[in-house]
Ligand binder design. Sequence first.
Ligand code: P6P
Length: 337
Amino acid sequence: MEYKTLGQFIIEKQAEFPFAKGELSRLLRDIGIAAKVVNREVNKAGLAEILGSFGQVNVQGEEQQKLDVLADREFISALQRGGECCYIASEEHEEGLDFSSSEGSSEGKYIVCIDPLDGSSNIDVNISIGTIFSIYRRKSSSGRLSEQDILQQGINQVAAGYILYGSSTMLVYTTGHGVNGFTLDPSIGEFCLSHPTMRIPENGNTYSINQGNFVNFPPAIKEYVKRCQEENLPTGRPYSLRYIGSLVADLHRTMLKGGIFMYPESVRHRNGKLRLMYECNPMAFILEQAGGKASTGKDRILEIHPKELHQRTPLVIGSTLMVDMVEKLYADMDGVV
Ligand code: P6P
């Protein structure tokens, strides 16, 4: 069987970056290695005694599942060992990990924002979970990092990707030249190119939202959901609601099949629930690179100017024509309560 591994692909694509010295390639390979270790632990979670909470609470106030902690440690140590990374912002840590001490201990020029194990509340019910990462190049050339290096707009990402630990484990990433998907072949322990040049259909028949929050949704989202429930598609078929409650799984399906995912602002989540730096920006970069769209309902996600590391944002993402419709409703209903 002819296959191309992630490592071969990265080296092949590096040639497209004339001035690349291989640092980003090494960084992506480091992430791929950590993903294989986390995948091994996720797959045996049901067998070994690593299910259940770690008894600590993370910065989000969420009970830390043991796999959360393990994944966080694994990715951080892989990135630190690789030496290409000068700063890591992780969902599991209030403060970022800064390796750019003024003594210049780190020559790394990349900043990584990561959600080591998103959707971890699904671990003990065996639902797919994921890792999401976002990579920036530092703006300053050396010395201690400043806030301008760390809180960059999503349009400055040099790479972003996710790992989906599901019925099969996939790594999907972009460096701004399209989106490619790799499936882990356990028989050789390698991620192999399985979904080259991924594209999202410009329309779809699936909407993905936590309908349980309906009463708290803004008017534009309520109107959109109502139309999905009451109207049929141009094909005459009804819309389908699909919601797993695991961002990577919901967005992977959306990218493959078309559709729209929404986690809007609400009475309960004034700025939405999802995090800008390590959930929404990377997924927005990937979906845009696959021909989709990602906004707050009003503004493009990738153009948000971050103010803090763990800030939240509303998210409306998926097939372009469906996101356009939601944005039109926000514009038409602005001010409606
Ligand atoms: P809710 C998982 O906890 C997560 O962060 C995302 O993966 C997911 O999309 C969202 O929260 C689900 O949130 O409020 O619908 O349970």
